[in-house]
Design a protein around this ligand. Structure first.
Ligand SMILES: [Zn+2]
Length: 495
């Protein structure tokens, strides 16, 4: 590296660091236009950028946790956020997929990093020929930023929920877009301020009438004037609530639908046509390595189907349940949500979340006699826009009240002595119509498994003994079940 390059690099880094001090906490991308964009905006749009060729771009996902491996960005957020990202870019005919495995990094100084640590992180972990995206707790105090030097984006987990457009915003920067309020970074527009034709940093202020749109602001003429470098809310038409006044005294409101503005997520939804053309030209002319060999995407058109427990099932007394579903073609990850069910209440209460590549999960610490509702949703590297299975509601019945009279009668189940003194074994007797294996479970009233026995059952009258040695006095629940699914319950009292 010669001295000139080194000193200009240092100058860049210095200006980056100083600008970073003054940006708001939304986006830490250094302000200004890349040399490429400046040239692009001075020349006619290259023909290739106007073509309808579909651009399918690989992302490398880096999920950064603490040094103890905690605080990871949740995959339950990642895939739906990929869906939002692809919706944001759908009009541009640019779509994204996750390439390779997700890269988990455990490092406190990357999890909550300053720009220099972030730069080191990107330098260490960037994968070539993909767009590197780092999900961290705090990317230098911002919601996100694009690093032109490392050519990667960092996004805060807190700004990466599926309703957020931060990911699209930072990828807009990645593909050359400045803010719609370009030039105003670090300058607070105030309602009563007299706006000059030129800002202190030399930037020309974009006029409402569009007469200087090619030179001022972001240099795009289909993104109207915008002076708002802080996060702002919009009205029903997606325009800024703040009424701005340009140097000629014309008043206007900014377009909050534009993702490259600082409007709140609820306003953001699109890139303008000129922004889209610039991004496509940037990819086609500067980043051919990104779309060289696009894979054939696999979309998940249907939702997974629950196998067990299905809607309406009662699975008997237990504090655990195995949730099982049919494998879905093309699925790479299943995301399961189970929550308490109360008829008519839609909020997820006591929800537990699971992710697996398999087709079942074991859920523990359930409340015996409670009802639960569960769904499963499938994702893969191409498709975050999927739907969950139909909710299935099942109950962990209280056997004292729900043991079916019929089953109990068929078993002719007897348990004695009742109550049993501590140390005295409890005798269990039952009747089997045919020879089949029988399982016995003794559980505490809270559902904890105390004893378990499996017996090769013969037809006719059967008997087994359960030790009560060491059991605290109290109520216990005995469950008996045959291989063919017949079951019954009895209370067992230990004194
Ligand atoms: Zn930004």
């Amino acid at each position: 590296m010669n001295r000139f390059v080194l000193s200009s690099l240092l100058a860049l880094l210095v200006s980056f660091a100083s600008s970073a001090q003054t940006t708001s906490s939304y986006c830490g991308t250094p302000p200004g236009k890349s040399e490429w964009l400046q040239q692009y905006q001075q020349q006619p749009t290259p023909v290739s950028a106007r073509s309808d060729v579909f651009l399918y771009i690989p992302l490398t996902i880096h999920i950064v946790g603490t040094s103890e491996g905690e605080g990871y960005y949740d995959l339950d957020q990642l895939y739906p956020s990929l869906c939002t990202l692809n919706e944001d870019f759908a009009e541009s005919n640019i779509q994204f997929y996750i390439q390779g495995e997700i890269n988990y990094i455990d490092n406190d100084s990357y999890y909550d990093h300053n720009f220099s640590q972030g730069s080191q992180m990107m330098n260490t972990y960037n994968k070539p020929n993909t767009v590197n995206c780092y999900f961290v707790d705090s990317p230098a105090g911002n919601c996100g930023y694009y690093s032109p030097w490392r050519d990667a984006v960092a996004i805060s987990n807190g700004c990466a929920d599926p309703d957020s457009h931060t990911w699209a915003h930072e990828l807009g920067h990645f593909f050359s877009l400045p803010h719609t309020f370009s030039g105003w970074e670090g300058t607070d527009y105030e309602t009563n301020m007299e706006v000059p034709f030129f800002l202190d940093n030399g930037g020309e202020v974009e006029l409402k009438d569009g007469s200087n749109c090619a030179e001022a602001g972001d240099g795009f003429c289909d993104t109207p004037a915008d002076y708002l470098s802080f996060r702002w809310g919009c009205n029903g038409q997606g325009q800024s609530n703040v009424l701005q006044r340009d140097p000629t005294d014309s008043t206007f409101r900014s377009d909050g639908r534009l993702i490259m503005s600082y409007a709140f997520d609820g306003c953001s939804e699109r890139f303008s046509e000129e922004q889209t053309m610039a991004m496509r030209a940037n990819i086609l002319s500067q980043r051919p390595n990104l779309y060289a060999n696009p894979p054939e995407p696999v979309f998940l058109d249907t939702a997974p189907v629950a196998v067990a427990p299905v809607n309406g099932d009662s699975i008997g007394i237990s504090t655990s349940a195995v949730l099982e579903w049919e494998p879905l073609d093309g699925a790479a990850l299943y995301s399961v949500v189970i929550s308490r069910h109360f008829p008519g209440i839609e909020v997820l209460l006591q929800a537990q979340y699971f992710q697996t590549t398999g087709t079942s999960v074991l859920v523990e610490d359930l409340l015996p006699s409670a009802s639960y509702r569960w769904t499963v949703q499938a994702y893969n590297r191409y498709d975050g826009c999927t739907t969950a299975s139909e909710p299935a509601v099942f109950s962990l019945s209280d056997p004292v009240f729900t043991s079916t009279a019929e089953a109990a009668e068929a078993f002719q189940l007897q348990v004695y002595p009742q109550p049993a003194a501590d140390g005295t074994p409890v005798t269990v007797e039952w009747h089997l119509a045919k020879a089949e294996t029988v399982q016995l479970w003794l559980r505490s009233a809270a559902g904890q498994l105390i004893r378990q026995q499996q017996l090769p059952g013969q037809a006719g009258r059967q008997r087994a003994q359960l030790s009560t040695a060491g059991l605290p006095a109290g109520l216990y629940l005995l469950e008996i079940r045959t291989a063919s699914g017949l079951g019954a319950y009895r209370k067992v009292v230990v004194q």
